[in-house]
Design a protein around this ligand. Structure first.
Ligand SMILES: C[S@@+](CC[C@H](N)C(=O)[O-])C[C@H]1O[C@@H](n2cnc3c(N)ncnc32)[C@H](O)[C@@H]1O
Length: 252
């Protein structure tokens, strides 16, 4: 997969590109990543990328020409199979399902806005508008890093096999709690079951804690998750069936 990031501030990506997962993905040939400097597409000695908004108002708006020229230069590079995504708080909210979808495509182009945002006409050249959450960043660069990171770790051979599969959101639930050495830290003990060596009990405990945590923190996820009969049994065990108002899991 190739990821192209279009930005006014390429230097912001320096240490991001040096991260272990990205580096491993590049080393294994699963990823090619480029950071495209918008200033290279802004003519004149001032190389100005922004201008004041028509109609007045505060702030500056990114101009069509540098952004659209950069897209024209970058997107055909992958034989017209590029997905152009603009980062904007007005986009649909990025999620794990979208990261999985992006991990399947051959060329992802992430366009970072700045200032008050981009000239609306630029969006005609964009396939999708994405937000990373309901808050406003100064620029799209941190959002592009979030999207690229979430996608790259899903590429084949980048993580150890299966290690992404049980993580939060992968099966519609939040992940169970994790512990490491020591088994007793200052009187805070690891649950006995995790030290038991009984894999069936450990699997069930993890599933139960995953269900408990999801219900307590993100009940709306639980209502959409695919649940097995065992899950329903666990929920009843937790006496949580009644908590799901409307009786999504009524006692049999
Ligand atoms: C200061 S913001 C512009 C906000 C814009 N005036 C508005 O109210 O929607 C500048 C840039 O940061 C990026 N950005 C800000 N918040 C974001 C978010 N939640 N998700 C993705 N990108 C975001 C976008 O690229 C945006 O063009």
């Amino acid at each position: 997969m190739k990821i192209s990031i279009i930005t006014m501030f390429p230097e912001m990506f320096g240490s991001f590109l040096q991260g272990p997962v990205l580096r491993r993905a590049v080393r294994k040939g699963a990823l090619e990543i480029e950071v495209v400097d918008l200033k290279d597409y802004a003519p004149g000695s001032f190389r100005h990328i922004d201008d004041s908004p028509f109609g007045g108002g505060r702030g500056m708006v990114m101009r069509c020409q540098p952004v659209i020229d950069s897209l024209r230069a970058v997107a055909p590079a992958a034989g017209g199979k590029s997905r152009i995504v603009a980062l904007t708080p007005a986009g649909s909210v990025f999620c794990q399902k979208k990261a999985r979808e992006f991990a399947q495509i051959s060329h992802l182009v992430l366009v970072c806005g700045h200032y008050e945002g981009m000239d609306e006409r630029i969006y005609r050249f964009v396939d999708e508008e994405l937000s990373i959450g309901d808050y406003v960043l100064t620029g799209g660069e941190p959002a592009a890093m979030v999207v690229a990171d979430a996608v790259v770790r899903l590429l084949p051979d980048v993580l150890r096999e299966g290690s992404a599969d049980e993580e939060s959101f992968e099966n519609g639930l939040l992940e169970y709690p994790q512990y490491t050495q020591p088994a007793d830290y200052d009187g805070m003990k690891v649950p006995d079951v995790l030290l038991s060596g009984n894999h069936a009990l450990i699997r069930r405990w993890r599933r139960k804690e995953s269900l408990r945590r999801t219900l307590e923190r993100r009940p709306e996820l639980l209502a959409k998750a695919e649940l097995s009969e065992e899950d329903e049994e666990i929920l009843r065990e937790l006496k949580m069936g009644e908590n799901l108002k409307g009786g999504i899991f009524p006692p049999r």
